[in-house]
Design a protein around this ligand. Structure first.
Ligand code: NAP
Length: 253
């Protein structure tokens, strides 16, 4: 195995959805993958898929918004799998509500998981990347970063992910580390299924309505995002940094 093939990736929120697809995709690229999520047992399915794709894998239970848990999770990955040189900050939650009904807890939870989580994970992993003179960080933003009704908390967090990305690119570039952001549009996962349920629509009807507004006339699948993440984490993408790639089936206004 070459040095390249042995690189270790950490994907947060990888028990399901976009994170799970990304973990498998990175294994197909020859990476070892730490599958990190709130509940370690829930990572078993993704771990099995990573191993079937040929990658070494480790399930890690961790709340990304908790600094002590993040530091010990990253230390465990380094000890058991190898130094994490690729980081995909994907863990996420929704607490949608119109501003006048949004609680402080709704605000704090969303900002803490997405933005504080990405900060803590990036801070913990960068030491290993700097030592290696190589690193790839990909932060999951969203089309909601441009503003979305009922998502004051989420759109602020996802716009924050873009500012964090550009700053990491500027600070860490001289160590061979790139930072980029992938901003998905509508992707069919448990997250969008939960939104459909919240607004009282069946998921199929909800997806069809979304697809009719998307230029390519379909909703996205987790693999659509995993493919974009794979590009940014690739060995050949070292001159691409500080970018935000909207993966939404068309341009956004
Ligand atoms: P998902 O299916 O809901 O998966 C999110 C995963 O993150 C879950 O496994 C969840 O664990 C985990 N997670 C939540 N809080 C965490 C924490 N504090 N620490 C560690 N893990 C945590 O969501 P998805 O649709 O795949 O979305 C993945 C990312 O893409 C998110 O950042 C999301 O905002 C972004 N995104 C999604 C879409 C879309 O249309 N789906 C569009 C734009 C952006 P539990 O199951 O235990 O809660």
């Amino acid at each position: 195995m070459s040095t390249t093939e042995q690189r270790v990736a950490v994907v947060t929120g990888a028990a399901r959805g976009i994170g799970a697809a990304t973990a498998v995709r990175l294994a197909e690229e020859g990476r070892a993958v730490a599958v990190l999520d709130l509940d370690e047992a829930a990572c078993a399915d993704t771990v099995a898929k990573v191993e079937r794709a040929g990658g070494r894998a480790l399930a890690v239970g961790c709340d990304v918004s908790d600094a002590a848990q993040v530091d010990s999770a990253v230390a465990r990955v380094a000890a058991e799998l190898g130094p994490p040189l690729i980081l995909v900050n994907n863990a996420g939650v929704l607490r949608d509500n119109l501003l006048f009904k949004m609680s402080e807890d709704d605000w704090d939870t969303v900002l803490n998981v997405h933005l504080r989580g990405a900060f803590l994970m990036s801070r913990a992993c960068q030491k290993h990347m700097v030592d290696a003179g190589f690193g790839r960080i990909v932060n999951l933003s969203s089309s909601s970063a441009l503003g979305n009704r009922g998502q004051a908390n989420y759109s602020a967090a996802k716009a924050g992910m873009q500012g964090l990305t550009k700053t990491l690119a500027k600070e860490l570039g001289k160590f061979g580390i790139t930072a980029n952001s992938v901003a998905p549009g509508f992707i069919a996962t448990d997250m969008t299924a939960a939104t459909a349920a919240r607004v009282g629509m069946g998921f199929e009807e909800f997806k069809a309505a979304a697809a009719s507004q998307i230029p390519v006339q379909r909703v996205g699948e987790p693999d659509d995002i995993a493919n974009a993440v794979a590009f940014f984490t690739g060995e050949q993408a070292g001159f691409v940094s500080g970018q935000v790639l909207y993966v939404a089936g068309g341009p956004l206004n």
